[in-house]
Design a protein around this ligand. Structure first.
Ligand code: SF4
Ligand code: SF4
Length: 307
């Protein structure tokens, strides 16, 4: 079967200090780091052994994973498995990039976030240059805070055209049409992030072809719905896999709503759902109606207000 796994282990520390983040400059104890490493190695061994499934894996750590050797190793090992379609990780790109030479770059991809107040611009853009030169598949993104706009424009100007720059609506922030416009100029898909998506009762691929896994192997449909479906390692989760509607009122995080069947995002991001890389057409900002799936709310058959 085709299965997408969103893995988040116990790690919850970061080398950056973003003011809005609970993991800023948090240090994990030696015990917790050991536990995180053991959990990741167990998960990696499990994934490598599932040769009858086609797996796509996104690591979504609290904090930063790639500064830890075990995340880099897991990415490299998983990238070489023929039954693994994609292995990707969310990262602040603070780590060096030489380790990527050992990976199969047809499979590995990075979801990189630029935090303007945490790292010098030149250092970040140089790292992205290293990724481009090495042939790594990656997206770059930024949180759409007003004070980030100039840096975001600079990034868009300096990144190669084929590298997608995404913009996340800042949490708790509302954007008037006028305020949203400059962000949409930079990221034609910003309208998807601008508002939370009404998701209650709507079909979502999580719980059937997409699941979240924690360090203990507890499987849930997604990171936001806490009811367990079973455990990864005893196989009990498999019997629970079936389509089910979303029980939450809204879904406001890309790693969640990208799987909503009422949105056309599997078409928009075809081939790059996990690392957030849209198709060339979507990246060029073609009119949304030109995308292969109609931009409609499948409940009402009306154009969706939650684009
Ligand atoms: S880089 Fe990410 S995890 Fe680290 S402090 Fe900033 S927002 Fe938090
Ligand atoms: S729509 Fe979001 S919150 Fe609801 S089940 Fe899907 S991923 Fe989870």
């Amino acid at each position: 079967m085709d299965l997408t796994l969103l893995y988040r282990g116990p790690l919850s520390s970061c080398d950056y200090d973003c003011p809005y983040c609970p993991f800023a400059k948090r240090r994990d104890s030696t015990e917790l780091l050991r536990a995180d490493r053991a959990a990741l190695e167990r998960f990696t061994a499990w994934a490598r052994a599932q040769t009858r499934d086609r797996l796509s894996i996104l690591f979504t750590p609290w904090g930063e994973g790639l500064v830890r050797s075990w995340y880099r190793r897991a990415m490299v090992e998983l990238s070489h498995e023929p039954h693994i379609e994609r292995v990707a990780i969310q990262t602040n790109l603070s780590c060096r990039t030489g380790w990527l030479a050992e990976a199969d770059l047809n499979t590995l991809a990075l979801w990189c976030t630029y935090h303007p107040d945490q790292t010098p611009y030149q250092r970040f853009i140089d790292r992205t240059g290293e990724l481009t030169a090495a042939g790594v598949r990656f997206s770059v993104g930024i949180v759409g805070l007003p004070e980030h706009l100039e840096q975001a424009r600079r990034l868009r100007a300096d990144l190669p055209e084929h590298v997608y720059l995404w913009v996340n609506a800042a949490e708790g922030h509302t954007y008037s049409d006028e305020q949203a416009e400059p962000w949409t100029e930079l990221d034609p898909l910003f309208p998807f992030s601008r508002h939370p998506h009404d998701s209650a009762g709507r079909a979502c691929r999580t719980g059937s072809s997409v699941v979240s896994v924690d360090g203990d192997g507890t499987v849930r449909r997604c990171h936001f719905v806490r009811d367990p479906l079973g455990n990864l390692y005893d196989g009990s989760f498999r019997d629970a896999l079936r389509p089910r509607p979303c029980p939450m009122a809204v879904c406001d995080c890309h790693i969640g709503y990208v799987h909503l069947e009422t949105l056309p995002l599997y078409d928009v991001f075809a081939g790059g759902v996990l690392e957030r890389i849209p198709t060339a057409g979507a990246r060029r900002g073609l009119p949304l109606y030109a995308l292969s799936s109609p931009m409609v709310d499948s409940e009402s058959n009306e154009p969706s207000a939650r684009l």
